[in-house]
Design a binder for this molecule. Sequence first.
Ligand SMILES: NC(=O)c1ccc[n+]([C@@H]2O[C@H](COP(=O)([O-])OP(=O)(O)OC[C@H]3O[C@@H](n4cnc5c(N)ncnc54)[C@H](OP(=O)(O)O)[C@@H]3O)[C@@H](O)[C@H]2O)c1
Length: 261
Amino acid sequence: MDSINSLFSLSGKRALVTGASSGLGVECAIALALAGAGVVLVARRADRVITLAGELARTYRVKVVGIGADVTVDSDLDRIFDEGCAALGGEIDILVNNAGVSPTGRAENLSRESWEHALAVNLTAPMMLSQRFARRLVAAKSPGRIINMGSIYSTVASGVYRLSAYVATKAALANLTRQLAVEWAPYGILVNAIAPGWIPTEATEGGIAKPANRQRMENFTPLGRLGRPEEVRGAVIYLASPASSYVTGAVLAVDGGYTAW
Ligand SMILES: NC(=O)c1ccc[n+]([C@@H]2O[C@H](COP(=O)([O-])OP(=O)(O)OC[C@H]3O[C@@H](n4cnc5c(N)ncnc54)[C@H](OP(=O)(O)O)[C@@H]3O)[C@@H](O)[C@H]2O)c1
């Protein structure tokens, strides 16, 4: 590697991002396209991912396709790989498990339905997608990258919100990241996670809008502010690119230092 471009370029690679209809998923998609990868955008709101696909393809001159799908539905998981690979013209090399939900409410009142839905989207779907991805790459004898979207709540509990299902799934996702990294290292599949702090998106804007909450989040963050959505882009490019070729099983905090103390 003799240039900054060869260290971080994703030219010729193909990526799939779940939850690409809003928030951090959009940022992951922009990052991957910016670095030269073709991208499959997945979310239930098909109109959004199809529109974003057109915008990214025009801006970055890479192949991008939007596919409406629910990551909790097995038949959708098969379909997104088949349709995504067909649209991009080859096997997916980079899987970003970003789709997530964060039901709030006191632990003693959380419904079984909310708990199980959080498990299905935040933990079971990344596992099922990662399985499909790994099987395809092992059969093709190709290396690959998986990037899971963890959280500060992969490591610590939430004092601001009642988030029992969320923190449980994000902590489990972090250790699943490590386990898959160990099991799939022999196949050249590197598995890492990004753990963002509080960043304004559709999921968080309601809570952040309350001044007392925002103040508390900022006070707990050494950098003294919330993150900006685009601040996850660098971590995505790093973990997808040749720059991180000796990194697997890592959970990379992008949290302004929130989990440093
Ligand atoms: N924002 C933060 O402060 C923060 C911090 C740490 C971690 N995170 C994590 O970052 C990820 C993205 O969150 P965000 O903040 O960007 O929230 P967001 O804007 O609400 O995005 C959530 C995404 O997940 C998708 N999604 C939800 N259920 C789905 C399903 N069943 N099938 C397919 N897609 C589904 C949504 O798309 P559709 O509704 O169109 O399906 C949407 O694109 C999550 O994993 C979240 O836990 C966020």
